[in-house]
Design a protein around this ligand. Sequence first.
Ligand SMILES: Cc1cc2nc3c(=O)[nH]c(=O)nc-3n(C[C@H](O)[C@H](O)[C@H](O)COP(=O)(O)OP(=O)(O)OC[C@H]3O[C@@H](n4cnc5c(N)ncnc54)[C@H](O)[C@@H]3O)c2cc1C
Length: 436
Amino acid sequence: MWSFNTEPEFQKELDWIKHFVETEVEPLDVILGSQWNIHDPGFIKIVRPLQAKVKERGLWACHLGPELGGKGYGQLKLALMNEQFGRSRFGPIVFGSQAPDTGNSEILAHYGTPEQKKKYLEPLLENEIVSCFAITEPQGGADPLVQETTAHKDGDEWVINGEKWFASNACFASFIIIMAITDPDADPYRRRSMFILPAETPGIEIIRNYGFYGEGNPPTHGHLRLSDVRVPAENMLGEPGEAFIVAQVRLGGGRMHHAMRALAEASKCFDMTCERVLSRFTKGEVLAKKQMVQEKIADCWVQLRQFRLLILETAWLADQGHDWKAIRKNVAAVKSIMPKVLHDLSSTALHLHGSLGLSTQMPFTDTLINSYHVGLADGPTEVHKVTVAREVLKEYQPCDTMFPDYTLYAREERAYELYGEHLGDDDKSHPNRSQQ
Ligand SMILES: Cc1cc2nc3c(=O)[nH]c(=O)nc-3n(C[C@H](O)[C@H](O)[C@H](O)COP(=O)(O)OP(=O)(O)OC[C@H]3O[C@@H](n4cnc5c(N)ncnc54)[C@H](O)[C@@H]3O)c2cc1C
């Protein structure tokens, strides 16, 4: 059953994607602005024809099941594809697989009414529109229970009030998916419901857009104010109080794809580092001959391979029929280690390139900052580590005696009970026995 081989037919597709991304998509990174700005003339002229090539090849929006026009590729194949998309910030959108639209399309596919699917899902899948997922609020993101946005029913409408924070791409989005309190007296995890807000609804205001270093212009993470925003009752996604259940639909696969894209970014740093240390001379020899440099190369390579294996194993588990909840420990582990891998690989690349590495000619400072981005967005690292630890510890039991039964004397006791007679010696005096 175990195999690290890729089916030859699928390998052909991966080879095509790799070549296409390297030769036609990566150049966009240095000439176009935000990849979600689908109305930008450059996007229309250059990105649209590339998307057409992907559609022609049958590789468009592969995250979707066959019922939505996708190929129904499993998570393992999607992971391998995202490893290639991640080499360029335009990779995902050229292949119709960009966050947060992928996750939002999964929510709409599960919970949308037929009209909502027609109005939002279909154009979203075609990338005729883009979307936003606004959960975080200014008073805190790591703890969703501090969210204060409310929605109350008024006749056939919901009236929404509150603020949302760091809502990526709100400025380009045709609709925003938000979470709001609908039953303040319910259990904390059953208080909130999910809604679609069409972007043009009166009462939605972008107070300010925030950017971060290395991301490029314009700033696209919106601080939103929602003042008496009225939406029809059917704009609630899922049942009242089920916001957290609805949110889960989008997180598992998305985190895995994100991890493979981060792996791609880290691998690019590594490739550049290897080339550089083989090229740069100091004290009569190339950097690659210095043992301290060799140690860095070895550590980075091992770190990349460990991370890749962890992601692929988790994707494989998902493909074996385990639902995301059952493998939440594995997904959280992937999410929690991703920032460290990106951080370590980009800072090593920066350092080994010397002054050139620190300069704006190199991508390493951007990647380094991006490692902080991936450690915060979609839940901070600490929260995912807590999940890993909590899930791991569920597999163990506390010991009910003062000293654990794995002390040497206890192990010897059991071993002598089992095999003592074969040793032909009285237990306490046997020469191999410890002094305890
Ligand atoms: C680039 C970017 C894009 C984003 N896009 C979106 C988006 O589209 N939609 C959206 O809803 N949100 C988005 N976010 C918000 C993101 O989800 C939050 O930043 C994140 O949840 C952390 O919340 P916070 O920023 O309020 O930090 P805080 O919750 O204030 O956390 C502050 C610090 O405390 C640490 N911390 C938090 N909890 C614990 C804990 N239990 N134990 C120990 N330390 C802890 C954090 O790691 C952090 O270092 C985005 C964020 C970034 C950076």
